[in-house]
Design a protein around this ligand. Structure first.
Ligand code: KDG
Ligand code: MG
Length: 402
């Protein structure tokens, strides 16, 4: 089955998405997500200018060989732009292979290891009271796991907290908005949030929290310790992981489960974290970590060390990524949880999909392939708009971690 065409589709139904569509000579097509938040057009160029011309005429069934060709063959290995482009090709090819087999993708991976995929939603509020009410809304919708973020007294804006609730979109502004950050204020406030939540909702609901890489390793250790009694499902991105060894200090001081890796694009980003059991969950995802082929490799490696997969699933990962991720999740023996930040109806209409939510779980559906399509006519009605995530500075103006 030869690849005859590959096109890169950019659309902005409320936020930007990049999608690669691969066509074959026997009429089957497949799509892959290629969205890299705030750097979308870099991946568009990488694909259009450097990858698509090399795909034409190749055998669409040779997924592994094409992956190696794009990874080893480009000389410049790894990096978010490269690995997002590789992921888009890989996901589209898995979609085609599963359609050719008339099977849902999870069947090709080895079949289901579970009936449904546990997901967590995002509850956020300007203060503890509002966040606590939001957690209640998620409980009512059937969620079994909820991430809670709250505004911090003394800071005018906190990432992850917005006046829009169910469908908030963190990326906006033609240049990044600048927020002020203060870790000591944050460290004092967060335990109060979880104290309130546990008193109100008890311990049956899973609670999660994202520190967005702001604390230093020492601060991260102290945060983990101060949250132990609230029994979090996980504490995420508690410090940057460029220096994987930094997690040793955190690990030595707290039993709070640790998750990291939404910015990882390769197994080399988490090799030491996994091998030394410095984390409990790896947050890498299909679109940014080289597609199903490479994420499966990371997850298999993680399983040797009892580290589980808890993939990133914010709104900047398109429904195409979500569909593919759910097939991996339902098969993967060492699956932990899947993030599920809902897309707007506008986005869902551009990307009709087979996956569905019920009672706190997602199911990928049984359509052949990964079960997500793109309505190209509708997609064309939403042209690209520049949009960026905010950035952080300390109160004295120092540029800080995002
Ligand atoms: O593109 C970055 C966002 O998806 C990210 O900041 C959201 O931290 C995030 C999360 O855990 O969903
Ligand atoms: Mg995060």
């Amino acid at each position: 089955m030869k690849i005859t065409n590959a096109k890169v589709i950019v659309t902005c139904p409320g936020r930007n998405f990049v999608t690669l569509k691969i066509e074959t000579d026997d009429g089957l097509t497949g799509i892959g997500d290629a969205t890299l938040n705030g750097r979308e057009l870099a991946v568009v160029s990488y694909l259009r200018d450097h990858v698509v011309p090399c795909l034409i005429g190749r055998d669409a069934h040779r997924i592994e060989d094409i992956w190696q060709y794009l990874y080893r063959g480009c000389y410049w290995r790894r990096g978010p732009v490269t690995m997002t482009a590789v992921a888009a090709v890989d996901t589209a090819l898995w979609d085609i292979k599963a359609k050719a087999a008339s099977m849902p993708l999870y069947q090709l991976l080895g079949g289901r290891s579970r009936d449904r995929v546990l997901v967590y939603g995002h509850a956020n509020g300007r203060d503890i009271e509002e966040t606590s009410d939001e957690v209640g809304r998620y409980v009512e919708m059937g969620y079994k796991a909820i991430r809670a973020q709250t505004g911090i007294p003394g800071l005018s804006a906190t990432y992850g907290v917005s006046s829009d609730k169910m469908y908030y979109e963190p990326a906006n502004g033609t240049v990044p908005e600048e927020n002020v950050w203060d870790t000591p204020k944050y460290l004092r406030h967060v335990p109060q949030l979880f104290d309130t939540l546990r008193k109100r909702y008890g311990f049956d609901v899973h609670l999660l929290h994202d520190a967005h890489h702001r604390p230093t390793p020492q601060e991260a250790a102290s945060l983990g310790k101060s949250l132990e009694e609230y029994r979090l499902f996980w504490l995420e991105d508690v410090t940057p992981a460029e220096n994987q060894e930094a997690f040793r200090l955190v690990r030595q001081h707290t039993t709070t489960p640790l998750a990291v890796g939404e910015v990882f694009n390769s197994i080399w980003d988490c090799n030491q974290l996994i091998q030394n059991q410095l984390i409990d969950y790896v947050r890498a995802t299909v679109v940014h970590a080289g597609g199903i082929t490479h994420l499966r490799r990371i997850a298999d490696y993680a399983s040797l060390y009892q580290v589980r997969l808890g993939s990133h699933g914010a709104t900047d990962l398109s429904p195409v990524c979500m569909g593919a991720a759910l097939h991996l999740d339902i098969w993967l023996p060492n699956f932990g949880i899947q993030e599920y930040m809902r897309h707007t109806e506008e986005t869902d209409t551009v990307f009709p999909h087979a996956y569905s939510f019920s009672d706190g779980y997602l199911h990928p559906g049984d359509a052949p392939g990964h079960g997500v399509e793109i309505d190209e006519t509708l997609a064309a009605k939403y042209p690209y708009k520049p949009a960026y995530l905010p950035i952080n500075r300390l109160e004295d103006g120092t540029m800080w971690n995002w």
